[in-house]
Design a protein around this ligand. Sequence first.
Ligand SMILES: Cc1cc2nc3c(=O)[nH]c(=O)nc-3n(C[C@H](O)[C@H](O)[C@H](O)COP(=O)(O)O)c2cc1C
Length: 228
Amino acid sequence: MSEVKLPDMSLVEAIQTRRSIRGFLDKAVPKEIIENVFSMAQLAPSNCNTQPWKVFVASGNLRDSISKKLQERAISGAPARPDFDYSNKFEGEYRKRQIDCAAAMYGEMNIARDDREGRARAGLRNFEIFDAPHVAFIGMDVGFGATISLDVGMFSQNLMLMLTAHGIGSCAMGSLRHQPDIIREAFGLGDNVGILFGIAFGYEDVAVPANNTRVGREPLANSITFQS
Ligand SMILES: Cc1cc2nc3c(=O)[nH]c(=O)nc-3n(C[C@H](O)[C@H](O)[C@H](O)COP(=O)(O)O)c2cc1C
């Protein structure tokens, strides 16, 4: 475990204050804090303690060159080639929440629903990694499926809550799974490593309108059944 002083934010406060940050300052997070955050994330539970997460953190020139390649790929119109099955075709209640989420974000960014150019520009911000100085690509063995990815999700939430506790913003980014070959090439990885998503992190730029986005949550009864 690294030596850095642990933050004194409570777990409750970290859960309540974490939110997705989509605009960051050009200010690196100190190495000891990064090490502390990842050491704490590492304490996540996993099937038989297999710790299946494989995480690749890009900063500085590497982060910039990955971002540039992702932007070029997106502008070229290349289709997404994710390593793992995924569906972004939400229907019913899920579609409604997806639309509400987009409306909240585009509303803050002053982008109208029919403003195709504005939306394309906003979409491209994903591949600019929202100017975050650091990005963690979160992966696992390509042979693993949904059940093992649960472990990786638990690791990832530990990571984002620890970042929050240190006053560091983050955004989980499924869009960073679209072109995994770019990530593998950047880190010299074999085809056995699959990329699930990315987590951008750094200090929040409060001047970025997207950072005013607030989304709510469903009443418990819509998600959880208590029965005896
Ligand atoms: C696995 C995952 C992938 C996501 N992908 C993206 C993404 O590509 N771009 C983005 O702007 N937000 C992305 N998000 C952020 C969600 O939109 C956000 O978590 C959700 O709207 C709830 O808002 P909150 O994080 O502020 O509480 C992702 C979140 C998760 C958990």
